[in-house]
Design a protein around this ligand. Sequence first.
Ligand code: BGC
Length: 752
Amino acid sequence: MKANVVYFYVIFCFYAVIISANLFAGPDLKKEDEVIEKKVNELLAQMTVTEKIGQLQQLSYWGEKVPDELAEQIREGRIGSFLNAGDLEIKKELQKIAVKESRLGIPLIFGRDVIHGYRTVFPIPLGQAASWNPAIIEKAAAVAAKEASADGIHWTFAPMIDIARDPRWGRIAETCGEDPFLTSTLGAAMVRGFQGKNLADPQTIAACGKHYVGYGAAEGGRDYNTCNIPERELRDIYLPTFHAAVEAGVATIMSAFNEISGVPASGNEFTLRTVLRDEWGFDGFVVSDWTSMTEMIAHGFCKDNREVALKSMKAGVNMEMVSTTYATELEKLITEGLIPEKLLNESVANILRIKFRLGLFDHPVSDGSRQSEIFHPDFLKLAKQAALQSVVMLKNDNNSLPLSGDKTIAVIGPLADSPVDQMGMWTMDGRSEDTQTPLSAIKEKIGENHVKYAPGLKTSRTVDKAGFEDAVKAAEASDAVVLFLGEEQILSGEAKCRAFLNLPGAQEELVEVVAGTGKPVIVVIMAGRPLTFQHVTEKAGAVLYAWHPGTMGGPALADILFGVVSPSGKLPVTFPRTVGQVPIYYAHKNTGRPPSPSSLGIPMGTPLDPQGFTSKYLDVDFTPEYVFGYGLSYTTFEYSNLKLSAESMPMDGSITVSADITNTGDVKACEIVQLYVRDLFASVTRPVKELKGFQRILLEPGESKTATFTLKTGDLTFHDINMNNVTEPGDFKVWIGPNSKQGLEGGFKVVE
Ligand code: BGC
């Protein structure tokens, strides 16, 4: 009997080994990695300390001719990378010097901010996030990689996977919004899109998860400001998006400008070493943000460049962007024994590893043969598709939309024909002449003679009302008005923070006079952040939020306005009623005194509220204007039949949760079905709701589909009092619904 058991055990082990060997064999990336590791070590062994330090230096270069002094630096192996670095010809010249004229011929790596497209500009990331569609986001990033790599770019400083819960912060435009689950999913899709299946493919580029970490938590929504983030919040909210990027294979990480509870991110051993390397096993390289290392002097964390180099190297910043403290200080620090050469070697190895993975030693720079593929018609189709899916309909009373194509339409507003603004921030390589505006698209759709155009205001910030008269005339001569309002592109992005969230300039007054004509008013808002615009909404029959929709924003909006496609976007971020509610986000804690339903509906500006001592405001309803996940459609959807596969889930087990969704209207449309949970009682307090799944489903009129989600205990973890990542037994609520507020509710237990 005993012998039998041993026999079976041996056979079992034999097959287990065979099966697992086959399962993990794959395309033999592991073997490739071993080969690369060997090459890295061989190269490293030949390098002088100066050449090693050179690999850590990244400079920005915009010039049109390579100056002799710069050429000499490259020849001496003192530069490892450039960002920006001009057009392809300049890159070729720089690379030729590195590869042919430096002692070891190590190629440079060229980085650039390819944030939401290269020449073909996709919606800003916050807009793309409103599509809740990782597949289209992955494709958009792949297009950006194709275009950028054709122009000699190897590496993009994207995706930005900071969590943003404050719309005053201008860089919210670059994020995927407020939620760790949504951002993790979409950020990982961007990484896959940029990097493809194999970085060595010349049509892919290395991605960079930024800004590590907590940059979005800037106090007061003011860029670069202090971030105080307790470790539990850091681990539960801000770190998971980066962990997901690392799991997706992101090649590089950028250390942020901000401090995290007293320790600047670029000198932060805990986040850069303990978490990123030791806990997650990241093997790419870390680049500092632009002078974020030397800014540690202004932070009051380092007294001079020497200390900057010392603390950054110890923390684990591998490449220095723009500032030059490694170049000037590191050799001395090593000679004095303050930094072991082993640390330097690690940094260099991390950088070389990525250069080898990118295949730069075999194809150091694009030969230009693919440049003709840039701005391919297929890319434009995808950009239109992405713009279509990013538009969120916030209001549509009495079927004000879609418009009928045989009417005369007044197209009014500063964003109706503003190609640069509709591209949004970070579009160094987008061209205004490529951009199709709503004005041109609407003219094309319904015929020029059916369109009366009057901008009303020159830009979003204009206060001069000289254009109002023409706007009113255009409205009077039309059957309906479409007002394109919002923010110019320079009002969002880096260092573009606002203390007010209203529509700037005289836009509200423009709406007032145009609505005064009595014509039906549709408002389309293009902006880089959630704005507050209650008075405008009151005057409009319908409101579309289009973010900055990119090159193909015009045709996409025209299709939605005239009913070719139903809007399907959902908000990736909560919209406040007023700036005074910020930060406001759906996954908040309950508090000990949650506001009661009886204190709902306090109008803006109410001087004194008679209600009791609960967590709310006296002068405005505590709820947001639009909740996370919200968005309307030209059809209606009914949710029914919530089912759970079991009442309880064992530890390390799973359950499925499903619901039927029916298109109860008469238009084919997409619905984004959302799954939320709440952990009711735990050893530390938990949010009132957390997104745990979503699906985009397409439904014909009358059609029903079942959305099924699998929830594992691993999806329910949080960091407990000892900072262990745990799922605790107990009661959970679960919802499947159309947004973070509504939904069918059920419950389950996690049992030991
Ligand atoms: C930004 C980064 C960007 C870098 C390089 C910095 O100012 O914070 O997001 O990648 O510049 O352009």
